[in-house]
Design a protein around this ligand. Structure first.
Ligand code: C5P
Length: 318
């Protein structure tokens, strides 16, 4: 069997530009992998040409529409002779939260099955399939930290900061599809569209220097005003993190998860305690986690009956 980790992604910054000819928006964003991750196990199972998906943990959309099965189908490209497999997906990343869970899972399927089936597809071939699955999937193929541009296909790796960056993630209930958030963004008046803009260059320098105070001043997400209008809990989530001691806060992706930057692990845990003391509703989700370096995604493990536990080692708290 083969274990592949599928780390969540966070947008430390997300700057959205104009609509392109293909209908997508141009982006400029810092994407970061988190220690919070789903785990995919690939096992031999069933007759040639079959792919079965079993999920546990957070529920995901099922059936042929599932992004993991679509990824497997596109990778197989019509071949019916490939050995049957079971994809056993243990989900920790909440669905529809701006943390790229589906994209991470799809990238894990591409990398894992490419190896399991011995297809030897190049990174660039995998990149094309990844982009056909979604704008965040090309980053998820690579992982680590990167500046992402275009609609998501231009992925420039950034060095992993020497110091650990600890974060508290806070997700209010409710979700809105990415497409609807972008449509709302297009309806915003021009000044509101620019209001959430980050300082991406400044954030990249602060990240490299491990200067979390400056990084916290550079955060921003152009999509935030588009979601906040219809999602009043967003402002509340950011205020909760800010008044619990976060150095800075922002929304990730198309939301609704927001994150707060901590000075260190102890600070992150203290922030999370403070937030949970003040949360009155049980529907909110919270996690303490940290940025993850780039991982080799296809890690063979010894066969055993149980699902392998966190391949990342160390205490990720998330
Ligand atoms: O690529 P993905 O399927 O994740 O995108 C979902 C929707 O988000 C797209 O249909 C599009 O409406 C919007 N989007 C966009 N510009 C991007 C990424 C996504 O307009 N760069």
């Amino acid at each position: 069997m083969l274990l592949v980790t599928a780390p969540a992604k966070l947008n430390l910054t997300l700057e959205v530009g104009e609509t392109r000819d293909d209908g997508y928006h141009g982006l400029d964003s810092i994407f970061s992998s988190l220690c919070l991750a789903d785990r995919l196990v690939i096992r031999a199972s069933g007759p040639p040409g079959t792919v079965v998906l079993c999920t546990r943990g957070v529920p995901v959309p099922e059936g042929a529409e599932n992004i993991c099965l679509t990824a497997a189908r596109r990778l197989a490209a019509g071949r019916r002779d490939l050995p049957g497999v079971e994809l056993d997906l243990a989900k920790d990343i909440p669905v529809g939260s701006g943390l790229g869970g589906g994209s991470a899972d799809a990238a894990a399927v591409l990398v894992g099955l490419n190896r399991w089936w011995g297809l030897s597809r190049s990174r660039s071939e995998l990149g094309d399939i990844a982009l056909s699955l979604g704008s965040d999937v090309p980053f998820c193929l690579l992982g680590g930290q990167a500046r992402v541009r275009g609609r998501g296909e231009i992925v420039e790796p950034l060095p992993f900061p020497g110091r650990r960056l600890w974060l508290v993630l806070l997700r209010p209930p409710g979700t809105k599809s990415t497409r609807l958030v972008y449509e709302e963004f297009d309806r915003l008046p021009h000044d509101r569209r620019r209001s959430g803009r980050p300082d991406t260059g400044g954030a990249i320098r602060a990240l490299a220097a491990g200067d979390w105070e400056t990084l916290a001043q550079s955060l921003g997400n152009s999509l935030e005003p588009a979601l906040a209008a219809s999602h009043p809990d967003m402002d509340r989530a950011r205020a909760l993190l800010a008044t619990s001691g976060a150095l800075g806060t922002a929304m990730t992706g198309s939301g609704p998860t927001v994150f707060g930057i901590a000075r260190d692990q102890d600070h992150a845990r203290a922030m999370a305690r403070e937030v949970s003391n003040r949360l009155t509703s049980p529907d909110w989700w919270m996690a303490v986690t940290r940025l993850a370096p780039r991982q080799e995604k296809d890690i063979p493990v010894a066969a055993n009956d149980g699902h392998p536990q966190r391949p990342f080692g160390g205490d990720d708290g998330g």
